[in-house]
Design a protein around this ligand. Structure first.
Ligand code: NAD
Length: 471
């Protein structure tokens, strides 16, 4: 046996990971046909739209798709055909946290991974390399292998690889062009190592060899959970320090700067904020918690659980600070929330801190104006409805108004809350914002984004994460 030279790739799942990752593979490997499939017709239509109105916003993505689409990159809902013709199949489906049932709120919902795996087994009539791209609990590859082997046709063999994705939304394309590392996990058998080499050859078209790490399957699966858990832990650590700063007069920016100079700590990912969001951090830590519990390691589970608890505390602490500062009541007061995406440069709202803040303001009977430069209004309504399932949407709409600009959102408001670090919020005409607001006019900066001194000079009362309230 020798490593298969891959000429056709199928990617199951055309989401935030499958779409950009396989579009970049197509761009960098013009000799390989890449077909990205999804069950969601609207999503596939958007990927195929003639005017490149792609389903996700990601800087640089449109350019990649423009170059490769129709050449060797295709988007389709025809899952079976793409599976059948491929030598290598990425499984890049969603793995949300279970919301109900046994292990609810902790365990990963592997239903989509299992359905995709069963589809591969049902359709494939030739051997395939199956690559776990989704983030999954440790040893999921074993379950996939069991399902595939139990359902395979004669002369069909499946080699499973783990190749977790480390891209960050907002910088996905630069991350994919120049990754810190590509991680490939395989069984340490001759067949497993051959499959590993086939995938290595694909990435080798643009990723330097020393950045392609090859490890065992279980190490690869666990490394992805561990990397996200440690990134989130850094944020929770700095956020815990921000609470001490607010109470003592220390400044979290100065503290982070000082500790980041230690080469053992490093300066990245030390920005205090209203709390992390996104589809991955919380989910992956809860996955680790669940894994630890099922391995009868309750102390380890409690340790990681605390990272998520600290994040919830940070969001709630911020909401409370808004209410406290506005003279302990926000009933009937208009609050402008700037930003709804979970971070800048993405339209993704999953687990966004803005959702928690708005819900808190709603429960305190405030009127909330919301503006985000990228997020569609239907998405905002859907998220607010999901956050308050028992409240009719009409009632939510009586309290929440969606606006077309930051200036419009701030008009006649008592307070501006910066929930997402969009650059345009730094650059808005704060004099004009001030002129249009009720007085005293408050700004609550949940992202350490604006120049607090400058805004104070204009007349705002500014409250910043990690600094005492007087600025
Ligand atoms: P997503 O929800 O954006 O996309 C998943 C897609 O898979 C959906 O469009 C869904 O319709 C499709 N799908 C589900 N089952 C299918 C099936 N059987 N056949 C065809 N299509 C199917 O999710 P995502 O953000 O791209 O995440 C995918 C995986 O990658 C998750 O495990 C996630 O944890 C992981 N991950 C995400 C990120 C991120 O930044 N979003 C980063 C690294 C890893």
């Amino acid at each position: 046996m020798a490593p298969v030279k891959v000429s056709k790739i199928c990617c199951i799942g055309a989401g935030y990971v499958g779409g950009p990752t396989c579009a970049v593979i197509a761009l960098k490997c013009p000799h390989i046909k890449v077909t990205i499939v999804d069950l969601n017709q609207a999503r596939v239509d958007a990927w195929n739209s003639p005017d490149f109105a792609l389903p996700i916003y990601e800087p640089g993505l449109e350019d990649v798709v423009r170059q490769a689409r129709g050449r060797n990159l295709f988007f389709s809902t025809n899952v079976d055909d793409a599976i059948e013709e491929a030598d290598l199949i990425f499984v890049s489906v969603n793995t949300p946290t279970k919301k109900s049932g046994v292990g609810a709120g902790f365990a990963a919902d592997l239903n989509y991974v299992e359905l995709a795996t069963r589809r591969i087994a049902a359709v494939a009539t030739s051997s395939k390399i199956v690559v776990e791209k989704s983030t999954v609990p440790c040893r999921t590859a074993e379950s996939m292998r069991t399902i595939l082997e139990a359902n395979s046709k004669p002369n069909c063999r499946f080699d499973i690889l783990s190749n977790p994705e480390f891209l960050a939304e907002g910088t996905a394309i630069t991350d994919l062009f120049g990754p810190d590392r590509v991680l490939i996990g395989s069984l340490q058998t001759p067949e497993g190592l051959d499959a590993c080499q086939s995938l290595k050859d694909i990435y080798g078209n643009w990723v330097p060899e020393e950045r392609i790490l090859t490890v065992g399957l279980w190490s690869s699966e666990l490394s992805k959970l561990a990397a996200n858990a440690m990134l989130a832990q850094r944020i929770s650590s700095v956020n815990a320090l921000s609470a001490i700063c607010e109470a003592t007069g220390a400044n979290i920016d100065e503290v982070a700067h000082a500790i980041g100079y230690d080469s053992r700590i490093g300066p990245k990912f030390l920005k205090a904020s209203v709390g992390f969001g996104g589809s991955c951090f919380q989910k992956d830590i809860l996955n680790l918690v669940y894994l630890s519990e099922s391995l009868h390691l309750p102390e380890v589970a409690a340790y990681w659980r605390q990272v998520v608890d600290m994040n919830e505390y940070q969001k709630r602490r911020f909401s409370k600070r808004v209410v406290d500062t506005l003279f302990n009541t926000i009933t009937g007061k208009r609050i402008a929330v700037l930003g709804f995406a979970f971070k800048a440069d993405t339209g993704d709202t999953r687990e966004s801190a803005a959702i928690t803040l708005i819900k808190d303001f709603q429960s305190e009977k405030a009127l909330v104006n919301v503006y985000d430069p990228q997020v569609e209004h239907e998405q905002i309504w859907a998220d607010l409805q999901e956050a308050s399932p028992l409240v009719p949407l009409d009632s939510i709409k009586k309290q929440v108004t969606l606006c077309k600009s930051a200036l419009e959102a701030c008009k006649n408001a008592e307070a501006v809350v910066i929930a997402t670090e969009w650059k345009e919020f730094k650059e808005i005409d704060w004099e004009a914002v001030y002129a249009g607001m009720n007085k005293p006019a408050f700004v609550f900066d949940g992202r350490l984004l604006v120049d607090a001194e400058k805004l104070t000079k204009i007349g705002f009362k500014v409250t910043t994460i990690g600094r005492p309230s007087s600025v």
